[in-house]
Design a binder for this molecule. Structure first.
Ligand code: UDP
Length: 330
């Protein structure tokens, strides 16, 4: 009863973990990835891999028809906030315009279920933290807008067509597969825990703290860090939900409901590595809100999903183990 699932961006960081979670749960997987930031080797042999663009309607249409795709999990996209500030049109092209094409391919191909990688950046600077899904969505950077526009297209498409969706608003994703099968391999990463474990393995000589004058307890940015394997598991549960309850769509935060400051994260990295990683105070980064923490009441009420690897040191340790593996490989 498990139909093939099309995973876009399945060669990337979060997508590759979702592929593992789907395979582990018995779903046949077809990956489409253009390999601009992903890696062919990140896709397990048990999945079918196709190199191509999600906006290639002939290709995606053929994949849907040939494999009998019953759901699309859409991870492909660009994710770096400061990059989106510098190149907004590139972000709207890659994240919004190409998603529109993919959604159209889903509708035309009769795919009834769509799970979308959205983001807490849709909230902008929330009035209330932890933030609930019905809070105002006022992004403060093009990245957040590019994802919010896709959410809106999905809402409208679900209303008009036989296409149910779940938009998962990710908070700060970190860590790696605990079994060491996948991790974050992106070169030139900008995300805090990745940067810090790179420093721990000698790939960088320090970590910048972007802003110490925020209105937060220690002045540094506060985020809700979620383990990538827990996030991947949420997608499998969301898929089960779409299958069990046709006609319903959802928006759900994916986070643990608690925040850590940049300093708390760096302290955890020092603790886990037994090192003192050099920190440098730097100016605030464009487009960064002071604090983003999920209210995760809705996902807890809607899905069987529960946090499993939510200890910060566990997240850091898993990220570090993968980083050491990458360093060995050279
Ligand atoms: N940050 C930092 N140094 C870095 C990378 C990030 O101080 O090298 C801070 C950033 O300003 C924010 C938090 O860490 O407060 C998380 O940033 P990240 O880029 O990991 O994720 P984002 O929240 O931007 O998606």
């Amino acid at each position: 009863d498990k139909f093939p699932v099309l995973v876009t961006g399945g060669a990337g960081y979060i997508g590759s973990h979702a592929v593992l979670a789907l395979l582990d749960s018995g779903w046949p997987v077809v990956v489409i990835d253009n390999l601009t930031t992903g890696f062919r080797w990140a896709v397990p042999a048990e999945a079918t891999f196709v190199q191509g663009d999600i906006a290639d309607r002939a290709l995606v249409g053929a994949l849907i028809a040939d494999h009998g795709i019953g759901a699309i999990l859409h991870f492909a996209g660009s994710i770096v906030v400061p990059e989106s500030v510098a190149d907004p049109l590139g972000y709207y092209e890659n994240n919004t315009v190409k998603s529109r094409s993919l959604i159209e391919s889903a509708v035309r191909g009769g795919v009834k279920r769509f799970i979308f990688s959205s983001t807490a950046a849709t909230y902008g600077i929330p009035e209330t933290v932890p933030v609930k899904e019905d809070a105002p969505t006022r992004p403060i950077n093009p990245y957040g807008w590019s994802k919010l526009m896709t959410e809106q297209m999905l809402r409208d498409a679900s209303f008009a067509h036989d296409l149910d969706h779940v938009a998962l608003r990710y908070f700060n994703v970190a860590g790696a597969d605990p079994a060491g099968r996948a991790g974050q391999s992106t070169a030139g990463a900008t995300h805090l825990i990745k940067v810090a474990v790179e420093a721990a393995t000698g790939k960088r000589d320090h970590v910048d703290i972007f802003g110490t004058d925020y209105d937060t307890p220690d002045g540094t940015g506060v985020r809700d860090y979620i383990h990538v394997s827990d996030l991947a598991a949420a997608h499998v549960d969301a898929l089960d939900r779409l299958v069990a309850e046709p006609g319903a769509s959802h928006v759900m935060n994916c986070g643990y409901g608690r925040g850590f400051s940049v300093i708390e994260v760096l302290d955890a990295v020092d603790r886990v590595t037994n090192m003192t990683i050099d920190r440098r105070v730097s100016p605030r980064r464009a487009g960064d809100p002071p604090a983003l923490v999920a209210d995760n009441g809705r996902i807890l009420a809607t899905l069987p999903w529960r946090p499993r690897r939510d200890d910060l040191d566990t997240i850091v340790a898993d990220a570090l183990a993968w980083e050491r593996k990458l360093a060995e490989r050279g």
